[in-house]
Design a protein around this ligand. Structure first.
Ligand code: HEC
Length: 97
């Protein structure tokens, strides 16, 4: 490998780690849905940064933001998947006191 290739690889890995550091279970479908649907307008907030109740409120508010920008709102299934995921990893969740 050339020096340049090594450098590019190191940078790519560092970026990947930096972007997904706050997202638990990053390779699972719910985490990917979260990153895809919730990371388009602002950074992806760490699930542990809010409680389950706060997430429910924020997700409702974001439906309005989606509609305002002419994007499709979350479907019932997407909303449920996200809330299950966010509740599970939110602060105050049993696994994350
Ligand atoms: C269409 C663009 C858009 C998408 C997609 C979006 N948001 Fe937002 N979000 C915003 C805007 C604009 C704000 C800032 C205004 C506000 O807080 O009302 C915001 C603010 C937030 C905040 C508040 C941050 C704070 O410091 O108070 C949270 C939490 C949040 N979004 C979570 C989410 C989640 C979860 C999703 C996925 C369901 C999501 N966002 C998807 C536009 C978006």
């Amino acid at each position: 490998m050339s020096r340049r290739t090594v450098l590019v690889t190191v940078l790519a890995v560092a970026t990947l780690v930096a972007c997904s550091a706050d997202v638990p279970e990053a390779e699972t479908p719910p985490a990917q849905l979260y990153v895809n649907r919730c990371g388009g307008c602002h950074r992806v907030y760490a699930p542990a940064s809010m409680t389950a109740a706060m997430w429910e409120m924020q997700v409702e508010r974001m439906q309005g933001e989606l509609v305002r920008r002419g994007l499709p709102p979350l479907t019932k299934e997407e909303r449920e998947t996200l809330l299950v995921y966010l509740r599970r990893h939110g602060s105050g969740a049993p696994a994350n006191p």
